[in-house]
Design a protein around this ligand. Structure first.
Ligand SMILES: Nc1nc2c(c(=O)[nH]1)N[C@H]1C(S)=C(S)[C@@H](COP(=O)(O)OP(=O)(O)OC[C@H]3O[C@@H](n4cnc5c(=O)[nH]c(N)nc54)[C@H](O)[C@@H]3O)O[C@H]1N2
Ligand SMILES: Nc1nc2c(c(=O)[nH]1)N[C@H]1C(S)=C(S)[C@@H](COP(=O)(O)OP(=O)(O)OC[C@H]3O[C@@H](n4cnc5c(=O)[nH]c(N)nc54)[C@H](O)[C@@H]3O)O[C@H]1N2
Ligand code: SF4
Ligand SMILES: [Mo]
Length: 732
């Protein structure tokens, strides 16, 4: 039992008493089980949950009391009183603030049509109930705008996950990556390719990989830098960033040449093998070494290992998404797994059936009418996600293409630190008639907002958490909301009510739970009675599900692709005007693609590998977390540092054709000679000075994108690094 009451008399009696409670961490949506100490209704300390499923506490979780009670938390709604960007606001009541939002939205609808209003949800919009009720199964759209009549719902899906999670696997297997599950435990070889699972939130895959390695499974990491997983791995394959497609195609080439592929699988379950065989001929080991910097002997032995040390499993994530042929590079890796017989077999890359949810969400249809912005330019992205592409947002606002967009609601995102060339987005924000930001903290986006609304952490809300494998818990409120902060879902629900379609969303946390478990009220009852959580019945694992007709809606054998097979040549890609084969494109701004630029900017620029103490732009104002890395860094090889007179800890300027930013050098052999890795996340007003001034996205490129996903090239550009002059000029 702990103190839930706000009664001052009882509080006084309890003063000084700390109560421990098993709850869920409320910093990020990971749902780690923790033990919280609560004193006088305040979160006082946190510890990892002991002897409970999914018990964990990362460094950010450990800082929970500091985060919840940070002096920077937004306590009340704010209304802008100065110019956009000037930073002048006054406090307002919820009633007044929501009135401003709703009346302006109605006005935009009347003047320009409902499509003139857009939304963008980010990494702060992943709480499960918010996702289930508002964002759809793939978390890519804020459905608030659909009943309003606008298709312009966008999200971080415009630069994260959709490439690896939807476009690549759906065009290849007909299945999203949420259903592709690496079976580390039964594997003989674990390949981690462009992912660093220790930074997963929560890092449960990481724990499984470490355990499997202890049991003698070999781990290979393919990464442009010696990441945490590459350091622990039995082998690190150091690849030039952005060239993984060439590596995968080279591996496929060797495997076909040497007859190491699974002939039976290829014959029965794939289409396009002959075309692929022809296409990969040019990816000889020598050519692959030239492109990728991976020595040809390593390429040959890696190919033989993946094909012969069966079963082999694969974990990949964002490392491959941000290059000129990102979607195709990931497809090449998936195809490699399929043709070597490592798909949906024990110890391979297995296919999980989508979970059956006990919830009853409102069935909100996508409005008919014009396509969202980006829908025409990225047709497959739109076909699979149903959402707008935020990289096209500035054009819609500044050029009225495909039609004018005048309003934007940002929830849980810091777009001016996460999108390339933030100046372009800033210009768009200056030209809006309505900008609303919902956040826990004041972001750079908020500087341009008309209305800023304060959101809770998940310590302050009631909800639920489902885990992989069917374990379910209720998320029980640990402390009362700070100031007047509100549960995001209830903010959206209230807006919907005022706009006239409140019935689409639960209007209270009680209703939220009832609707979430509407199809299984018994489960809700069990959860309410349970001290921890409930394990829902598990199905025994089944493999080679394509043989038994378990993957397709029509129950026929095969894969849910147009051909019913694994598509080495993808019908969906060709239908939308792209190459059907996993065609490799060398980095357009790279040593080979842009020789002139390379002369002036001779270092390969890779950005945004995660560090444990931050979550993209978050926590750079939290003292104990800032202490872990108080300045934004560029990792540079000792050889490259020496010729530039740069020492470890030096202040340096990083330059690209687009801009320059101040960082601090970490001289390290973790990166290859000729390549650097730069932290992402800096650029928000609440952050400490060094981070606030270190926004890496002034260096990246708005126009240079993967043409299929529309993702910017964050991981394969060119730059130069120079020692900074004291007080040297740079842009903030
Ligand atoms: N602590 C913390 N955790 C986070 C986040 C955070 O900011 N902080 N962010 C969250 C988010 S938004 C996401 S999407 C996930 C992402 O999860 P991951 O994709 O696992 O993210 P990273 O840890 O950056 O790992 C990507 C790895 O790819 C490597 N890499 C980069 N470019 C290339 C390349 O061209 N080729 C190859 N082969 N490798 C390359 C990087 O060096 C890095 O080791 O993490 C989430 N978890
Ligand atoms: N150069 C470069 N740029 C990158 C990347 C890279 O690797 N390199 N990575 C990209 C990736 S993978 C992603 S996903 C994007 C991330 O882009 P963003 O979605 O902008 O991610 P964050 O910076 O974490 O911002 C999340 C915001 O949500 C707020 N927030 C947190 N929790 C909540 C909540 O419960 N409710 C509300 N309302 N707000 C909340 C936080 O305070 C923060 O302001 O950045 C991308 N940008
Ligand atoms: S991963 Fe997220 S939920 Fe888990 S302890 Fe860290 S901050 Fe908390
Ligand atoms: Mo992401």
């Amino acid at each position: 039992m702990y103190l839930e009451t706000t009664d001052p008399q009882i509080r006084k009696e309890w003063s000084g008493v700390r109560v421990k409670k098993n709850v869920l961490c409320g910093v990020c949506p990971g749902g780690c089980a923790i033990e919280a100490e609560v004193e006088e209704g305040k979160l006082a300390a946190v510890h990892p949950g002991k002897n409970v499923p999914f018990g964990n506490l990362c460094v950010r979780g450990k800082a929970a009391p500091e985060i919840v009670y940070s002096p920077d938390r937004l306590h009340k709604p704010l209304l802008r009183t100065g110019e956009r960007g000037e930073g002048k606001f006054r406090q307002a009541s919820w009633d007044e603030a929501l009135d401003v939002v709703v009346s302006k939205m109605e006005e935009l609808k009347n003047c320009y049509g409902p499509q003139s209003m857009a939304s963008h949800s980010g990494r702060g919009a992943f709480e499960q109930s918010l996702g289930d009720f508002c964002n759809g199964a793939d978390l890519v759209a804020l459905k608030l705008l659909w009943p309003f009549g606008s298709p312009n719902t966008a999200s971080d899906g415009s630069l994260c996950y959709v490439s690896y999670g939807m476009l690549a696997p759906i065009t290849t297997f007909g299945i999203p990556a949420t259903s592709l599950l690496p079976d580390f435990e039964n594997s003989n070889l674990i390949v981690v390719w462009g992912a660093n699972p220790i930074t997963d939130s929560p890092p449960f895959l990481f724990k499984r990989i470490v355990e499997a390695q202890k049991q003698g499974k070999k781990v290979i990491a393919i990464d442009h830098m010696k990441s945490d997983i590459a350091q622990r791995a039995d082998q690190w394959i150091a690849v030039r960033s952005g060239t993984d497609g060439a590596l995968a195609l080279g591996l496929i080439h060797i495997i076909i040449e040497e007859g190491l592929y699974d002939r039976e699988f290829v014959h029965h379950w794939t289409v396009g093998f002959e075309e692929l065989k022809d296409y990969v001929k040019k990816f000889t080991p020598e050519e692959v070494e030239r492109i990728t910097w991976v020595p040809q002997e390593q390429v040959i032995s890696l190919a033989r290992e993946i094909a012969q040390v069966r079963p082999a499993t694969l974990r990949t994530y964002t490392g491959l998404e941000y290059s000129n042929s990102g979607v195709q590079n990931i497809r090449a890796a998936f195809i490699l797994w399929a043709i070597t017989g490592n798909l949906d077999v024990p110890g391979g890359l297995t296919i999980g059936l989508p979970p059956r949810l006990p919830m009853e969400g409102a069935d909100i249809p996508l409005p008919s009418g014009p396509l969202p912005f980006g829908g025409e330019k990225y047709p497959l992205f739109y076909a699979l996600t149903g959402s707008a592409h935020f990289m096209e947002f500035p054009r819609a606002v500044l050029e009225g293409k495909p039609y004018p967009v005048k309003g934007l609601l940002i929830n849980g995102a810091s777009t001016l630190t996460s999108y390339p060339q933030p100046g372009i987005f800033e210009e768009a924000y200056r030209n809006l008639e309505l900008l609303v930001v919902i956040d826990r903290f004041f972001t750079r986006d908020a500087l341009f907002a008309d209305v800023v609304l304060p959101a809770t952490t998940y310590f302050e809300i009631n909800s639920y958490q489902r885990y992989p494998g069917g374990y379910v818990r209720l998320r029980r409120k640990v402390v009362e909301p700070v100031g007047e902060a509100k549960n995001d879902l209830l903010i959206i629900a209230e807006l919907a009510k005022r706009l006239g379609f409140g019935e689409c969303f639960p209007q209270s946390e009680e209703e939220l739970l009832e609707k979430a478990f509407a199809k299984d009220p018994n489960l809700l009852q069990q959860l309410r009675e349970s001290k921890d959580g409930v394990q829902t019945p598990k199905q025994p694992p089944k493999f080679r599900k394509y043989e038994a007709g378990l993957l397709r809606k029509d129950g026929l054998p095969g894969f849910p692709t147009p051909s019913g097979k694994v598509e080495l040549v993808s019908a969906l890609l060709t239908k939308h005007g792209y190459d059907g084969l996993p065609v490799y494109v060398d980095p357009v701004e790279g040593p080979q693609g842009a020789a002139d630029t390379y002369g002036k900017y001779p270092l390969i620029l890779n950005t945004g590998a995660r560090i444990p103490s931050t979550f993209r732009s978050q926590h750079l104002n939290i003292p104990s977390l800032v202490k872990l890395q108080n300045k934004p860094q560029v990792l540079i090889h000792p050889k490259d540092a020496a010729v530039r007179g740069i020492h470890d800890g030096d202040k340096v300027v990083i330059k690209t054709i687009r801009g320059e930013v101040l960082f601090w050098a970490q001289v390290t052999e973790k990166v290859l000679p000729g390549a650097v890795e730069v932290n992402q996340g800096g650029g928000s007003p609440v952050q400490v000075k060094e981070w606030r001034e270190g926004n890496v996205n002034f260096l990246t490129d708005f126009d240079n994108r993967d043409p299929i996903s529309g993702f910017p090239i964050f991981k394969a550009l060119l730059c130069e690094v120079e020692k900074a002059k004291e007080n040297g000029a740079f842009r903030e």
